[in-house]
Design a protein around this ligand. Structure first.
Ligand SMILES: [Zn+2]
Length: 487
C-alpha cells in the first residue's frame, strides 16, 4: 500500500466513523487529525448521563462504603500478608461479597511472604552526653532483618544524596547511615514528592551496607512534621549484606540532624523483626456478571493487606471497599452492564505483590478478554480524576466518560499510572486506570499509626466509589470494547 492510499483510507475511515454513531466532535477531530493515523472520535457516551447521576445520588444517600470500611478496620486493623489479621480480612471480604449477592464469589490462592516486626524496637542516643538516653521514634522497614540480640551501637553518618554517601568513603565504615533527604514540598501532587524521596527507603539499606555501614535510618516519607514514623517495604540487593533498616519520625530525624550538625552522634538500635516461611493466603473475587457479554471482563480492585500499624484505612481499606461498593451500587440500581464487572481484593501489595502475580498467572489465558482494569490505591480522599496508560483512542473515550463524571468530582482523565496490583496486566494489552483522589493529606498518614478510620471522610470515600462505579458502568456498556493497548 502506498503512503498516499493509506492516508486516503484513513481519511475515509475517519469520515465514515464520524457519521451518525459518533459524537458531533468527530468532524472537527477529523480535520485536525487527518495526518495522524486512525483516531476516530469516541462513542457518544452522553446517553448515560442520567445513570451516572443516579449512581452519584445513591452513593451519597445510602452508600455502604463507610460501613464496610468500619467493619474491615475494626475486625482486621493490622493485616500484613501472612498475618492472622490478613486472614480475617480475607474471610470478611468473602462473607461481605456473598452477603451482598455478588456472583462467583471465591478465594483465589496465593503464597505470601510473612514478616513480623516483633518487639522490642528502639533507637536511643548514646552520645553526645547531653542527649544521652533520648529515644527517637522508629519503625523497622518492612522486610528488614533484626539487629543482633541486645541491639547494635554505632556512630551516625548523615547524608541527603547518593553522592554524599559515595563521598563519605571511610567515614561510612562501621556507621549507621542516616538518609535525611525530605520529600520536596514544592510539588502540588504529593505523589511526585514521594517518588522523589522513596528511593532512600527502598535502596538505603543495601546502599549503606555497600558503603561499609552496619544499619540504615531513613527519614519518614511524609510532608508532616510529627512523631509518627512511616514504615514501608525495603529492597535488599542480591549479594549485598543485609543490614537492619528503620524509618525515623520526621521530628526524630530533625533532632538527629541537629545533633549531627553539632558533632559526633552515637546511637543504639534494637530491632526484633524477622522473616518467616511463606504462608498460604488468597485474593478474594466477586462479580456482577455481564448481561450480554459475560466473558468480557472489567476488573476493579484494591489491596486487602495493610501495614501492621494504624488500621490501613486509606491504604488500602478505602480502595477495597470502594471496589465492592462500585458493584453494590450498580446492583442496587438494577444497572447490570453488558460486560462482567469483577471486584478483586488483592493480597500482599505492600511487601511482595504476590496476589497481583497470582491473579495474572491464574487468568493468563483469559487476558485477551480483560477489557480494562481499575485500581483505587491512593487513599479515600475526594476524587479528582483518573490516570491511565490507555492508547490515544481509548484515552479519548475515557476522557468523554470522565466528562460525564463531574457530579462525582472528576475533573480530568490524564495519562499516567494505573496501580501496582493491576500492573502485570499491562503486558497483555489491558488498559489500566487508577483513581486519583486529592493527594494533599495522604502522606500525612500513609503507612503510619495515623492511617485510621477517622482519617477517612465518609462522603469523600463514597464519591470515589461513585466515580468508579460510573466509569465502570459506562465502559462496560460501550457497544464496542475499548481498544486494547498495542505492544
Ligand atoms: Zn496501598
Amino acid at each position: 500500500v502506498s503512503a498516499r492510499s493509506l492516508l486516503l483510507a484513513l481519511v475515509l475511515g475517519s469520515l465514515l466513523a464520524s457519521s451518525a454513531l459518533f459524537a458531533p466532535r468527530a468532524s472537527r477531530a477529523t480535520q485536525d487529525q487527518a495526518a495522524v493515523p486512525a483516531a476516530p472520535a469516541p462513542f457518544d457516551v452522553s446517553r448515560w448521563r442520567a445513570e451516572v447521576e443516579r449512581i452519584v445520588a445513591a452513593a451519597l444517600e445510602c452508600g455502604e462504603a463507610p460501613r464496610m470500611l468500619r467493619e474491615l478496620c475494626t475486625l482486621a486493623p493490622h493485616r500484613l500478608a501472612g498475618s492472622p489479621g490478613a486472614e480475617r480480612a480475607v474471610e470478611w471480604a468473602l462473607a461481605e461479597m456473598q452477603r451482598l449477592g455478588f456472583e462467583n464469589v471465591r478465594k483465589e490462592p496465593c503464597l505470601v511472604p510473612r514478616w513480623e516486626r516483633g518487639a522490642p524496637e528502639l533507637c536511643e542516643i548514646v552520645a553526645p552526653e547531653e542527649a544521652r538516653g533520648e529515644r527517637l521514634r522508629i519503625l523497622a522497614l518492612g522486610g528488614s532483618v533484626g539487629t543482633p540480640e541486645g541491639g547494635l551501637e554505632a556512630d551516625i553518618v548523615r547524608v541527603t544524596t547518593w553522592d554524599e554517601l559515595a563521598a563519605a568513603g571511610e567515614r561510612a565504615h562501621g556507621r549507621i547511615v542516616f538518609f535525611d533527604r525530605p520529600m520536596d514540598p514544592r510539588h502540588p501532587d504529593t505523589f511526585q514528592a514521594y517518588g522523589g524521596a522513596v528511593d532512600q527507603r527502598a535502596r538505603g539499606a543495601s546502599a549503606a551496607a555497600r558503603a561499609g555501614g552496619v544499619a540504615a535510618l531513613v527519614r519518614s516519607m511524609t510532608l508532616a512534621l510529627d512523631d509518627a514514623p512511616h514504615t514501608g517495604a525495603l529492597h535488599y540487593e542480591d549479594g549485598v549484606e543485609r543490614v537492619p533498616a528503620a524509618a525515623l519520625s520526621t521530628l526524630a530525624a530533625r533532632r538527629l540532624a541537629e545533633l549531627c550538625a553539632r558533632g559526633a552522634v552515637r546511637v543504639r538500635l534494637v530491632q526484633s523483626c524477622r522473616t518467616l516461611a511463606d504462608v498460604e493466603s488468597a485474593n478474594v473475587v466477586g462479580e456482577l456478571v455481564g448481561r450480554e457479554l459475560p466473558d468480557e471482563v472489567l476488573v476493579v480492585g484494591g489491596h486487602l493487606d495493610a501495614w501492621d500499624v494504624g488500621q490501613g484505612a486509606h491504604d488500602d481499606g478505602a480502595g477495597c471497599v470502594q471496589s465492592i461498593e462500585a458493584l453494590r451500587l450498580l446492583k442496587q440500581l438494577g444497572l447490570r452492564p453488558r460486560r462482567t464487572l469483577r471486584a478483586v481484593m488483592f493480597m500482599n501489595e505492600e511487601n511482595g505483590t504476590r496476589g497481583a502475580q497470582a491473579y495474572f498467572a491464574a487468568h493468563r489465558d483469559d487476558m485477551a478478554r480483560h477489557v480494562l482494569a481499575l485500581e483505587s490505591d491512593r487513599g479515600g480522599s475526594v476524587p479528582r480524576g483518573f490516570t491511565t496508560d490507555a492508547n490515544p483512542r481509548a484515552l479519548e473515550t475515557l476522557r468523554a466518560i470522565g466528562a460525564l463524571l463531574r457530579p462525582a468530582g472528576i475533573e480530568s482523565v490524564d495519562p499516567g499510572y494505573g496501580g501496582v496490583d493491576i500492573a502485570p496486566m499491562a503486558a497483555a494489552g489491558v488498559v489500566l486506570v487508577g483513581l486519583r483522589p486529592d493527594s494533599q493529606r495522604y502522606f500525612d498518614v500513609h503507612h503510619s499509626e495515623n492511617d485510621v478510620l477517622a482519617a477517612v471522610h465518609p462522603r469523600e470515600l463514597e464519591l470515589g466509589a461513585a466515580a468508579m462505579a460510573a466509569l465502570l458502568y459506562v465502559a462496560a456498556e460501550l457497544p464496542e470494547a475499548l481498544p486494547r493497548n498495542g505492544r
